[in-house]
Design a protein around this ligand. Structure first.
Ligand code: ATP
Ligand code: MG
Length: 536
């Protein structure tokens, strides 16, 4: 795909076969490449463990057979509540291979979240680890559909030992011939805007993701060491560390420690990681490391960002220091990559990029009419897109609300420019209307983050008697900076210089941290509600 072409007009069409099983594909690859490393797992203290494709498929098969011996089979829904690690890969592949429905859950979920998912989906089994069993045990009596509780690691009364279940299970397992339109994943959204929704995806979904996002955006190739930092539990884990890395026959780098920008930079220096997919927050904090110039990234070739808006500051810093262009990608749990700065495309920092070649993306108005270049409206896609979800489980109302005529409406606002690039304005609910002006929080935040004193920030609407609302910025300062009236003025002037002056934050509050989802996304809704309460 060359830069400058209209990706919507490349004639790239995506045919999904009638049957597809992702784990089956990985198993076939392993037959021809048994000694190839599939995973390289590194602990926080630096211990590394490598697993070949043959070993991974062997584990997959034993897990699949072990689960089957309990009576778990095609179509059964299974909650997977495990952290990053080799077992997570084996469990996802094992479930996929026997045609069970994976419910990816973050290990940070609390009892009430687990109970909600178990009952909402009628889960039959739950696989967990030491860190989550207390939360699970607290709600167990409220989850009548769950018949099997399986635990990784040390044995525990009331829990089936994962190790015992799989260690002696047979090593051969054929993939179920799953139909591409058969339910495969039940992924809950991040809950950034409200309660999470149970998104239904089918077996054809990883096929579609591999064909475009993994190839033209992440640019994962067979000889790559791919580090995608998302943890299990999020659609993005399925996207990149799982489907893209293994589906391309690459080696997935699995870091099991906590995030710290210095630790991340060191890993990129120490290991030949050639593809990186991280969140904007991770990139932003790396870009703010004061001695970033001292790190030499050993093998990085492709760097992608997704999940939230990517600040220009990150792109500038990575380009200046490492000569690498971080490429943005936009998508949702409900679909796959919709818009991106694809390889070979001329990036426009601040814009997400252009529509995926297999997706028709438009900016539409309330009536579903396409808006012209430059006008802000709802980001929508053709409702026939191959990788679009099959609805929200047990929620016809919210499913129906997501569609408008021929369009699926993302819930985000943006605008198109004359070159076909899409600029993200903000989530529809986060858009600020002040004295008749419509202001997207992203542009304000993007400008603020460019200031050396700002580590992170969120801009929200704050009620105002004259203007209806004004822009208020909640700011986390970098170490070494102190709040002061002088700094408030300076930040306001700084924003005015970088954006249209009416967008500057009339109010600024310095905070220690920002409210976030367990996937690390800023919950502007909380800040907005707080403003409403304080001022009402
Ligand atoms: P919920 O729908 O439960 O409130 P969520 O929308 O955060 O949660 P996800 O499906 O994980 O759940 O996230 C998709 C959303 O993340 C998008 O709709 C968009 O708001 C945001 N997003 C993802 N990628 C980008 C990006 N590159 N730029 C800007 N925003 C992005
Ligand atoms: Mg959403």
């Amino acid at each position: 795909m060359a830069g400058g072409e209209d990706t919507n007009k490349t004639g790239f069409s995506l045919e999904v076969p009638e049957y597809f099983n992702f784990a089956g594909q990985v198993s076939s690859y392993a037959e021809n490449n048994p000694h190839k490393p599939a995973l390289l797992a590194v602990s926080e203290t630096g211990e590394a463990q490598s697993v070949t494709y043959h070993e991974l498929v062997n584990l997959t098969n034993r897990i699949g057979n072990g689960l089957r011996s309990l009576g778990i089979s095609r179509g059964d829904r299974v909650i997977v509540l495990v952290p990053r690690g080799i077992e997570a890969y084996g469990i996802y592949l094992g479930l996929n291979k026997i045609g069970a429905v994976i419910m990816p859950c973050s290990e940070l979920l609390r009892g009430k979240d687990i109970e909600y998912r178990a009952n909402h989906a009628g889960a039959k089994a739950l696989i967990s680890f030491a860190g989550s069993i207390k939360e699970v045990d607290e709600v167990r009596s409220n989850c009548p559909t769950i018949q099997h509780y399986i635990k990784l690691g040390e044995t525990q009364p009331g829990w089936i030992s994962f190790e015992e279940l799989v260690s002696n299970a047979p090593e051969n397992l054929d993939a179920v011939a799953t139909k591409s339109d058969e339910l495969a994943f039940l992924s809950y959204t991040s809950g950034t805007t409200g309660g999470p929704k149970g998104v239904m995806h089918v077996h054809g979904w990883p096929y579609a993701h591999l064909a475009v996002a993994a190839t033209y955006w992440l640019d994962a190739r067979e000889n790559d060491l791919v580090w995608a930092t998302a943890g299990p539990g999020w659609a993005k884990w399925v996207w990149s560390p799982f489907v893209s890395a293994l589906g391309k026959g690459a080696t997935a780098f699995v870091y099991q420690g906590k995030f710290s920008p210095e630790a991340y930079l060191k890993l990129l220096e120490q290991y030949p990681i050639s593809v990186l997919c991280a969140t904007p927050t991770e990139y932003r904090l790396m870009a703010k490391v004061s001695d970033i110039e001292n790190y030499k990234l050993r093998a990085l070739r492709s760097a992608c960002s997704a999940g939230e808006p990517l600040n220009r500051e990150v792109i500038d810093t990575f380009r200046r220091v490492f000569g690498i262009t971080v490429r943005d990608g936009y998508g949702q749990t409900e679909n796959t990559l919709l818009v991106g700065t694809f390889v070979g495309m001329e990036p426009k920092p601040g814009s997400m990029g252009r529509p995926s070649p297999v997706v028709k993306v438009a900016i539409i108005d309330e009536e579903g009419r396409e808006l012209p270049v430059g006008q802000v409206g709802d980001i929508a896609i053709d409702r026939n897109m191959v990788a679009l979800f099959k609805g929200y489980l047990n929620d016809e109302e919210r499913t129906a609300k997501a569609f408008r005529g021929d369009w699926y409406v993302t819930g985000d606002q943006g605008r198109l420019d004359e070159d076909g690039y899409i600029w993200f304005e903000g989530r529809s609910d986060d858009i600020i209307i002040s004295a008749g002006y419509t202001i997207g929080p992203f542009e304000v935040e993007d400008a603020l983050v460019k200031h050396p004193a700002v580590a992170e920030c969120a801009a929200v609407a704050s009620p105002d008697p004259d203007r209806g609302h004004v822009v208020k910025a909640f700011i986390v300062l970098k170490k070494g900076f102190e709040p002061s009236d002088g700094l408030v003025k300076e930040l306001q002037e700084h924003t005015k210089a970088l954006t249209a002056p009416y967008k500057y934050p009339r109010k600024i509050e310095f905070v220690e941290d920002l409210p976030k989802t367990t996937s690390g996304k800023i919950r502007r809704i909380e800040l907005r509600m707080k403003e409403k309460e304080v001022l009402s």
